[in-house]
Design a binder for this molecule. Sequence first.
Ligand code: ATP
Ligand code: MG
Length: 563
Amino acid sequence: MAQVQRMSRLMVKTLRDDPADAETLNHKLLVRAGYVRRTAAGIWTWLPLGKKVYENVARVVREEMDAIGGQEVLLPALLPKEPYEASGRYEEYGDLLFRLKDRKGSDYLLGPTHEEIFTQVVKDQCASYKDLPVILYQIQTKYRDEARPRAGVLRGREFQMKDSYSFDTTDEGLAESYALHRAAYQRIFERLGLDYRIVSAISGAMGGSASEEFLAPAAAGEDTFVDCPACDYAANTEAVTFALKPVEGAEHPAAQELDTPDTPTIETLAEHLGVPASATLKNLLVKVDGEIVAVGVPGDREVDLGKLAEHLAPAEVELVTAEDFADRPDLVRGYVGPQGLKVRYLADPRVAPGTAWITGANKPDTHAKDVVCGRDFEVDQYLDVVVVEEGDPCPACGAGLKIGRAIEIGHIFQLGRKYADTFQLDVLGQNGKPVRVTMGSYGIGVSRAVAALVEQSADDKGLCWPKEVAPADVHVVAAGKAVQTELALDVAEKLNAAGVRVLVDDRAGVSPGVKFTDAELIGIPQILVAGRRSAEGVLELKDRRTGEREELTVAEAIARLSA
Ligand code: ATP
Ligand code: MG
């Protein structure tokens, strides 16, 4: 049977002040409440209370992974470099990888994630299609030499991850393994009590659901995402696409040139003409695999080069340089317009057919107005490449989008045959011929989930755990002398016998005020106080989150808390 945890014996030292270097809630509160201790930058020690919460998160993850047929394994963290050289990641990871040598001078690394090694395991263990599909997972320590290890256990250099890998012989099989993980992740985050959104991790152009992230909205988060206040649409900021809506029926006068000396930028042009930047069309020149192309966006919007590169991948996107203009008199820097342009023209969907613009006239110091899309110029390809802004219309329902910050708590990814190709992972198919295996990889930051829970649930008094992850169900406080302590210990034993997880504050010589403050800081969901009416056997039950209080007899308290 579980034991009652006694504060008098528990190694927990609470602090009244935030650690000097702490910027985020989880760092401040987990340290102050005695859950974790910083050992070095991005390297943490889990103290007894913290270890309990960590294990509770890990247990929920394990139960749901087991429920989809996952088999738990444990791979080493210390790894030979050869498999990572084979996949190219030994170089690709760059400074993120912790590299080391053994006494003989051979190269090793500390695993940042384990696709390579799992592929080798399956190659060794599975020979036939009958051995598949298989889902393998581990909850294990990962190492990444992050550039800015900050934000407490949110971003560690050593951290705990649940990583799983699915192995299938067909694309349909992979889609099914992916769907199983997606559903398991939803159950996990619901059980943990985390508020989360699922967003497509890559832009629509690269193809839908092959990779999705689970984001927990929180101010401390390092990811930005858009959230629709009116419907359930949520997306990575890079993945938002604006719908193309042609404008019909509008009459515009013929395009006309304007004398606009010294106006090579949108700001100088808008000021010179006294028009808003949104009336102008900005044309950015870039090189796509060496070919110069122009990209048109409304003058008040920024081009997201990352988004552009992602849309055009695998083509290489670069900005043009002065040399690129040298033998191109047709491209007048600062005065480029899409009309009569001799390069390919890409445009944002906001530059829709029927819209009229003020834009460059392809002559020095000259612009043109009433340049109409579809009449005076054509768009070769529409791409959503502008930086999304607060209030942009939701692609699903049209309401104004909100931009928020979030913590990436999980990531699911259809890898396909990349690693199977590298390691020639084949199994014998039904027809006796070898089939190449297709893989998925799926991660949850287990230690990061603890941080995300704190960021979402803490209040001004301290931690405030959802029941499933709390280090105990009830925190019994002996607020007084011998009578109170006796009652507290008695009710603690009875609750424990009824299967309730109990922490009892039986410390002698600690004032009730200090014990109450500590109980709020430690954040166990129910606080049961043996106080003034202890001699009559009456206790006070307080809900940590709502602060609601109620007087109960011992029998009532046990019935209530064990329900
Ligand atoms: P990030 O963008 O935050 O660096 P990532 O995309 O590199 O994360 P993945 O490689 O997808 O992360 O790892 C799977 C999961 O592991 C992430 O969803 C996250 O929850 C967790 N994780 C990644 N890096 C860290 C870290 N440094 N500390 C704690 N958890 C992490
Ligand atoms: Mg990721």
